[in-house]
Design a protein around this ligand. Structure first.
Ligand code: SF4
Length: 224
C-alpha cells in the first residue's frame, strides 16, 4: 500500500481526535485539488499494514483515537489496501470517514460493497473548484455525505448540523501541512498573513529569506 502521511490529532475532518491517513495516488486530477502532490502514486510511500498499525499503536499509547479519516489521494484507488487496513482500524474505532473522488454508485459497480460496509461516512464525488462554497466537510457542493452506518446517523446528524469548517496546521520536518476544507484563496491569504509577520514558506532560490524565518521555526498547530 502507498500511504503518504498519518497525522494526529485531526479535529477538522470528522468528529473528535482522529488519525488522518493520506493515501498516495489519485487518478482523477481535479483542477484546484488541495493535495496535488499526492496525485502521483509515489513509490517512496510504499509501506505495509503492520507499519501503519504500529504508528497508530504509538499514538494510542499517549492519547485516545476517536476515529479515522481516510483521504489523499484517493483511498479507493487502493481497494486492496483498504481491505487490509479497515478491519484492524475498526477494532480501534468503528468511526471511519472516507473521502473519494468516485461516486458511491461507481464504487458499488466496481465491486467495492464489502469496503463500503466497513465505512461509517463516505464523502464522495470529484472536487469542482467553481463549486467550493464553504460547505461543511465538503470541498465543493457537488460532493455528498453518505452516512452509511445507520447506527451513527443520530450522532453524525448532530455533528453535521452544528459543524463549521476550520483549518488545522501541523508542523512537520519539512515545514507544515494545512488540514481542513480550504477556500481556493486560502493558500494566498496564508502566505500574505505569514509574510506580514516576517515568515516565509519554502527555500528561496535568491537567498532573500533570512535564516531565522526557516519553516522549522513556525509556531503552528495552535489548537493543540
Ligand atoms: S479526487 Fe481528491 S485527491 Fe483526487 S484529484 Fe480530486 S481533489 Fe485531488
Amino acid at each position: 500500500m502507498y500511504i503518504a502521511r498519518l497525522l494526529y490529532p485531526v479535529r477538522v475532518l470528522g468528529p473528535g481526535r482522529r488519525v488522518g491517513i493520506w493515501f498516495s495516488g489519485c487518478s482523477r486530477r481535479c483542477r484546484g485539488c488541495s493535495n496535488p502532490e499526492l496525485q502521483e502514486r509515489d513509490p517512496r510511500f510504499k509501506t505495509g499494514r503492520e507499519t501503519v498499525l504500529r504508528m497508530i499503536a504509538a499514538v494510542r499509547e499517549i492519547s485516545a483515537v476517536d476515529g479515522f479519516t481516510l483521504t489523499g489521494g484517493d483511498p479507493f484507488d487502493q481497494p486492496e489496501a483498504l481491505r487490509e487496513l479497515l478491519p484492524a482500524l475498526r477494532e480501534i474505532s468503528p468511526d471511519i470517514l472516507a473521502y473519494t473522488g468516485y461516486r458511491i454508485s461507481e464504487l458499488r459497480s466496481r465491486g467495492y460493497r464489502d469496503i463500503l460496509d466497513m465505512i461509517t461516512v463516505l464523502i464522495d464525488g470529484p472536487y469542482v473548484e467553481s463549486r467550493n462554497s464553504g460547505c461543511f466537510l465538503r470541498g465543493s457542493d457537488n460532493q455528498k455525505i453518505h452516512i452509511l452506518d445507520r447506527s451513527r446517523a443520530s450522532f453524525y446528524g448532530d455533528y453535521l448540523r452544528n459543524g463549521r469548517n476550520e483549518v488545522q496546521n501541523f508542523r512537520t520536518r519539512d515545514g507544515f501541512i494545512s488540514v481542513g476544507i480550504h477556500r481556493p484563496e486560502y493558500p494566498r491569504e496564508l502566505q500574505e498573513a505569514l509574510r506580514s509577520r516576517g515568515v516565509f514558506i519554502g527555500r528561496p532560490s535568491s537567498g532573500e529569506i533570512p535564516e531565522e524565518t526557516a519553516p522549522e521555526q513556525f509556531s503552528d498547530n495552535k489548537k493543540d
